[in-house]
Design a binder for this molecule. Structure first.
Ligand code: NI
Length: 185
């Protein structure tokens, strides 16, 4: 099988970020657009590389390469910018439009769950495993039977520009069973 071959230097992290109360809203077109621009804007001031990014309706998984220690500022910024761009989650909007005291009690909904789950990837094998975990996630959560059918994923784009091995085009349950077993000596 083809492996992800990359000189391993570190700086790789796996993240899971969830929506508040696991609302299934992340794949809504306006939320996706807000998230996309929040990521772009954050990358300009706090650079990182995206090795995998998969959006599920109520959470996202990604593998990022970050070359400094200020990891939390990235998520603080991505989350804040996404919320700010969406009127129903924007606190700025709340202050402007809800000055009346009784209406102030109607708290604005939060978009994101507080915090996030982070794992530091320690070697090339782990990098491979977590990339695969991300790409396979839509199948794991039973949204699709083959991972390439899920549109909110780096899988198809990175297959096209050969950042992922060509056989990842066939990621489904049986493929994962046989290939991960083969990868694990
Ligand atoms: Ni998941």
């Amino acid at each position: 099988m083809t492996r992800v071959r990359r000189y391993y230097e570190g700086g790789w992290y796996f993240f899971t970020v969830c929506t508040h109360k696991r609302q299934k809203i992340l794949t809504r077109p306006d939320v996706l657009a807000a998230l996309r621009s929040a990521v772009k804007e954050t990358m300009q001031t706090h650079p990182f590389e995206i090795e995998a990014w998969i959006v599920m309706p109520d959470h996202l998984h990604c593998v990022l390469r970050i070359m400094d220690t200020n990891v939390p500022v990235r998520w603080a910024k991505i989350k804040a910018l996404t919320s700010k761009a969406l009127p129903e989650f924007s606190s700025k909007n709340y202050n402007t439009h809800y000055k009346n005291k009784s209406r102030q009690k109607r708290r604005l909904n939060s978009l994101w769950q507080k915090g996030y789950w982070e794992h530091t990837i320690r070697n090339e094998k782990e990098l491979y495993m977590y990339l695969l975990y991300c790409c396979f996630n839509p199948v794991k959560h039973r949204y699709v039977s083959n991972a390439t059918e899920w549109p909110y994923s780096t899988l198809n784009q990175y297959l096209r520009n050969r950042r992922y091995p060509a056989d990842w085009a066939h990621i489904n349950e049986s493929w994962v069973d046989s290939n991960l077993a083969a990868y694990d000596p």
